[in-house]
Design a protein around this ligand. Sequence first.
Ligand SMILES: NC(=O)c1ccc[n+]([C@@H]2O[C@H](COP(=O)([O-])OP(=O)(O)OC[C@H]3O[C@@H](n4cnc5c(N)ncnc54)[C@H](OP(=O)(O)O)[C@@H]3O)[C@@H](O)[C@H]2O)c1
Length: 241
Amino acid sequence: MSELVLAGQLVVVIGGSSGIGLETARRAHAEGADVVLTGRDPGRLARAAADVVALQTHAFDATDREALGRCFRGLPRIADHVLVTAGRPYYGTIADVDLEEARRSSDAHLWLPVAVACQAIGRVRPGGTLLFMGGTGARRPAPGLTFAAMGTAALPAMTANLALELAPIRVNLIAAGFVDTPLSAELLGGDLEQRREQLRATLPIRRVVGPADVAALAVHIMTNEALTGGTYDIDGGQQLL
Ligand SMILES: NC(=O)c1ccc[n+]([C@@H]2O[C@H](COP(=O)([O-])OP(=O)(O)OC[C@H]3O[C@@H](n4cnc5c(N)ncnc54)[C@H](OP(=O)(O)O)[C@@H]3O)[C@@H](O)[C@H]2O)c1
């Protein structure tokens, strides 16, 4: 019988009631971990918690620093790994920008990882990892991508610097292209199926990347103790096109 790679470990997923976070929690639980899930919507969080037999849940907006601190102080024990999947990208041109919404997006994508890093000191074990989510889609400039590009560009540098400061806690970043999650479905609406078809036809891997693909990478990064400060692309070759 193969060994469970996360046996007895505590995995905290900030934004774990849907998509990549939920799928990673599911995989971590299957690999023997106890999981703690957070999210804003208590009903969605409760359903996800039942699905992955979560040890604990915390319903709060992760950009609320006080609430984030309460969550970390309330953890049942020192965490082994923390995955941050809360937040959503803001797409829009400068001519039409909703600056308040753009700021909320950067609160979650840029400042939340910093706030999690502050909380992690003394609450994540040496050799454990903080794992953040970024993207590959806004590496090439295009109208409407200014705000997404800010996160895409800043997160790898932030991750590398935090990896030095937080050592021996490891800090890593996953940069994803299109992932077929509820967030993608919401952003694309009626265009979702067309986008999937286009990706199946053009991506070098000839299929769409799903949350299970990202979850497998996340669990690998958690367990491979040689990895820190890195950015790991997972986009089925989308950025090559
Ligand atoms: N899907 C993609 O193609 C893709 C590509 C690159 C990067 N990403 C990034 O990867 C992350 C996860 O994406 P996903 O597609 O898995 O999204 P998702 O299906 O919408 O899941 C996001 C999770 O985070 C929670 N959440 C969102 N904002 C939050 C907040 N302010 N405080 C606490 N919890 C919050 C959501 O629950 P509540 O709404 O109930 O809070 C949900 O559990 C996001 O940061 C996204 O930008 C996604």
